[in-house]
Design a protein around this ligand. Structure first.
Ligand code: F6R
Length: 594
């Protein structure tokens, strides 16, 4: 994944690079580095394993930089150590580059063109740095053609920031499949993987596209394709404020984002009622589709599974939910009149994007529902609708999941002609959610009593509760590192119950009236084998001794509340264990590799 930044011109270069990288840490935080170009054409590289916080004290602030590039890494090639951290220099020291993406043919390129070069890292990026150096040096008459030639040889994905000792007045940026923006500031230009990195410098960005090479100077930007022809690119404004991204008094973004959820619901219902550009057309497409295919990953896949049930139960509409990485390579049989929905918080997930590319190539209509305006998936689908959750920073997705449920519910109830029922129900959900959040310390106590002395745990449920169990299990495992599995409550006895030992926590979700009795009897089976049973129930179905009881809102909307309980359980477990809640190990927020 990784995040990259770069800047040239009269901008406080080192300050922007470091602040920008901190904003991009959600994309990876295994190692970090920057390269500063001074007036004389010397490149000063500082890099380190671990987070940006480790890098900041090492950077020589006295360098008078005219340009610079920076990187925060989610390791793909080689371990997360200082040698593999970016920027990478070419062996001659002429070029420094940062890279987000994966070069699939880097070994072939290395063997074919660079057998005489001594490499210092295990990365594909160092190969790219040397390839560029080799081709530019071999094309002295037309160095840019040398650079384009090197880029044309790369297979895979890249967003590159490149500086050249021989041309300190230039910063190059190139893109293929990985996100990259060119920001236009008053007295200079920047590049970044996400506008969030640059908002303290500019809000105006050129949306460069796959196959583009941008040549930035302090006062000019030229964008070419890889044949050297100049191309025009659209300018977009990103109106987020710097302060929107602060966590204020919250210890972690995750808690802030959990607490924002009632207002996210309000925001979605009011903006969707006001009307959105693609909404009428999307409703028509959904109406006429014979089968709706929902394609997503992780938490967004879980939201798709829930939406599928709503479509089926409320509209009697056939819907399939697919894991994006599976769908891309083993497409199911597609019906006569399909419509595709891509749910994605980031709008950049590589697995989902590859699926969308296939869907587009087959000529099918598609919709992306995403939280990031202007993201790749939003741009490339036939239609796009916003999630309106506000920027989600914590790696574990919370408010974006709630927003996905709300938007999908809106579409389903709008098609059914029963929006007033939904709006009334969501009002009740908002109030109940506020109440639940005001009692969150009780969930911390549950965690302290039950989840700190175990290595594994289970979530069970039936119907919609099973789908919530899937999401709650993912949330808990990804930030607490407990081995947590979710099971359809009735399925546990078909094998997995063998794992229940004395004290194994099993959390049952019981909010669906027609399934409550069955789930409770499955929980009894667990208890009989020594398991520690916990129950999240709705007040109308609650029994004495239930662990967390939430308000009884309309039956189909109950997942909105039981998932918040799961988020809080996950949050407090990670917090009590002393982990970095917002940046769990091995993960990144935007997964832009396959
Ligand atoms: C889990 C989580 C991930 C994402 C997944 C898809 O908390 O955040 O499972 O849901 O990586 O990401 P998006 O929604 O950006 O496509």
């Amino acid at each position: 994944m990784c995040g990259i930044v770069g800047a040239i011109g009269n901008i406080a270069i080192a300050k922007y690079l470091l602040k920008g990288l901190q904003r991009l840490e959600y994309r990876g935080y295994d190692s970090a580095g920057i390269a500063l170009m001074d007036k004389l054409g010397d490149i000063h590289v500082t890099k380190v394993a671990g987070k940006i916080a480790n890098l900041i004290p090492l950077v020589d602030q006295s360098v008078e930089a005219v340009s610079g590039i920076g990187h925060t890494r989610w390791a793909t090639h080689g371990p997360a150590n200082t040698e593999n951290a970016h920027p990478h220099l070419s062996a001659s020291g002429r070029f420094a580059i940062v890279h987000n993406g994966v070069i699939d043919n880097y070994k072939e390129l290395k063997e074919r063109y660079l057998s005489d070069v001594e490499f210092l890292s295990d990365t594909d990026t160092e190969v790219v740095a040397n390839l560029i150096d080799r081709f530019v040096s071999d094309n002295k008459e037309d160095e840019l053609e040398g650079l384009r030639k090197a880029l044309r040889l790369l297979e895979g994905s890249y967003a590159l920031g490149i500086i050249d000792r021989k041309h300190p007045e230039r910063l190059y940026a190139a893109k293929e499949k990985s996100p990259l923006l060119v920001g236009v500031a008053d007295e200079g230009h920047i590049i970044c993987s996400d506008a969030m990195a640059g908002i303290s410098v500019t809000k105006a960005y050129l949306l460069i596209q796959d196959g583009d090479l941008a040549i930035l100077t302090a006062d000019d930007v030229r964008i070419e394709n890889l044949s050297g022809e100049v191309v025009e690119r659209e300018m977009q404004r990103f109106d987020e404020e710097d302060s929107d991204l602060d966590k204020g008094l919250y210890p972690y973004y995750m808690l802030k984002e959990i607490e924002e959820q009632p207002s996210v619901l309000r925001h979605i219902t009011s903006l969707y009622q006001e009307g959105l550009e693609d909404l009428p057309q999307v409703l028509k497409e959904l109406e006429k589709a014979e089968t709706i295919y929902m394609v997503a990953s992780g938490t967004s896949y879980h939201a798709s599974c829930l939406a599928k049930r709503w479509f089926e139960q409320i509209l009697n509409k056939r819907v399939e939910a697919h894991i994006a990485s599976e769908f891309t390579y083993e497409m199911p049989v597609i019906s006569q009149k399909p419509f595709f929905i891509f749910l994605s918080q980031s709008g950049e997930t590589a697995d989902s994007r590859h699926a969308l590319v296939k869907v587009k190539a087959a000529g099918y209509p598609s919709l992306t529902i995403t939280n990031v305006k202007g993201s790749t998936l939003a741009r490339e689908a036939s239609y796009s609708l916003p999630l309106l959750a506000g920027r989600e920073v914590a790696v574990a997705s919370t408010k974006a999941y709630i927003a996905q449920l709300a938007v999908m519910a809106y579409l389903v109830y709008a098609l059914k002609g029963e929006l007033p029922d939904l709006l009334k129900g969501l009002k009740q959900v908002e109030v109940a959610m506020e109440r639940l959040l005001s009692q969150k310390e009780a969930i911390r106590d549950v965690v302290k009593e039950n989840l700190l002395d175990t290595r594994n745990a289970f979530y069970i449920g039936r119907g919609l509760d099973y789908l919530t169990a899937m999401e709650n299990a993912l949330k808990l495992k990804e930030i607490s590192y407990l081995q947590v599995e979710s099971f359809a409550a009735g399925e546990l006895k078909h094998g997995t119950i063998a794992l229940i030992e004395d004290g194994t926590p099993v959390i049952a979700i019981v909010t669906q009236a027609h399934l409550a009795k069955q789930t409770r009897s499955n929980l009894e089976e667990v208890r009989a084998r020594g398991g520690r049973s916990l129950t999240i129930s709705s007040s109308d179905l609650a029994l004495e001794g239930d662990t967390v009881v939430v308000d009884a809102v309309p039956m189909r909307l109950r997942p909105f509340l039981s998932v918040v309980v799961g988020q809080l359980i996950a949050y407090y477990t990670a917090l009590e264990k002393g982990y970095n809640v917002d940046q769990p190990r091995n993960l990144a927020k935007s997964v832009t590799v396959e």
